[in-house]
Design a binder for this molecule. Structure first.
Ligand code: SAM
Length: 222
């Protein structure tokens, strides 16, 4: 894929309109909206597809995966209540767009991807754009215990169940945001760690993600 990093008036204008659209769909957090307004989403697309970059839809990024719909990114980010300096684990780096939004909010981001081609692309492209999360290649359904615990964990692929290990990688008061369900639809779930083995779980809206594939998730045949 040929990337080009030029952010001109056309893309900036389209980004403003996208922010207005997300507001109209119920995204309220001004910091989240500002981050969406700042990160050039078209940088994650081949130039041929720039006209698609600010539509509120998911888009293929290769390997059968997608860059999530902007509304979904905004929705999950809003749920995370990111504070400056938060240590956040993102499971499913994909294009790297969500990681950039978290970095714009001042988080320290650990991001893990299972697909080598996507991992190879993001470790090259994101630093070139000026975004520097900690990149990992591996099975994020196990979390990333060697670098934990985390203030927040965000899963950007659909899980069949909440992987147990992720809960143990949250600090006390830490928050997990994860879509859980079958292959076709998942409920967004937030889980707050309130004690050693005590968690508060809230079930929210329905989404459709690509599957979380791994030891504590779907098998590779899905
Ligand atoms: N956050 C991404 C972005 O901003 O582009 C969107 C991610 S896409 C919807 C989901 C990603 O999760 C895919 O890139 C997929 O390869 C990855 N994935 C699926 N199972 C995984 C696992 N067990 N560990 C790490 N990544 C996984």
């Amino acid at each position: 894929m040929a990337y080009k990093f030029v952010d001109n008036y056309r893309e900036r204008g389209a980004r403003k309109k996208l922010v207005e659209l997300l507001k109209s769909k119920g995204i309220e957090d001004k910091r989240v909206l500002a981050a969406i307004g700042k990160v050039p989403r078209h940088y994650f697309f081949d130039e041929t597809f720039w006209s698609q970059a600010y539509r509120d839809v998911a888009f293929p990024i290769g390997e059968g995966q997608t860059i999530s719909q902007p509304y979904t990114v905004a929705y999950q980010t809003e749920l995370l209540h990111v504070e400056k300096g938060d240590k956040i684990l993102e499971i499913g780096t994909g294009s790297g767009y969500q990681a950039c939004i978290l970095l714009e909010l001042g988080a320290e981001v650990y991001t893990i991807e299972r697909q080598k081609n996507l991992f190879d692309r993001t470790i090259q492209v994101l630093p070139y754009m000026g975004y520097r999360p900690h990149f990992f290649l591996g099975d994020g359904s196990l979390g990333l215990p060697e670098h934990g615990p985390y203030d927040k964990i965000i899963v950007t692929a659909g899980a069949p169940v909440v992987p147990e290990g992720l809960l143990q990688q949250l600090v006390m008061g830490g928050l997990l945001v994860i879509p859980v369900g079958d292959e076709n639809s998942q409920k967004m779930i937030t889980i707050l760690r309130v004690g050693e083995n005590e968690f508060e779980r809230i079930e929210l809206d329905t989404f459709r993600f690509v599957p979380l594939v791994g030891d504590q998730a779907w098998g590779p045949e899905i």
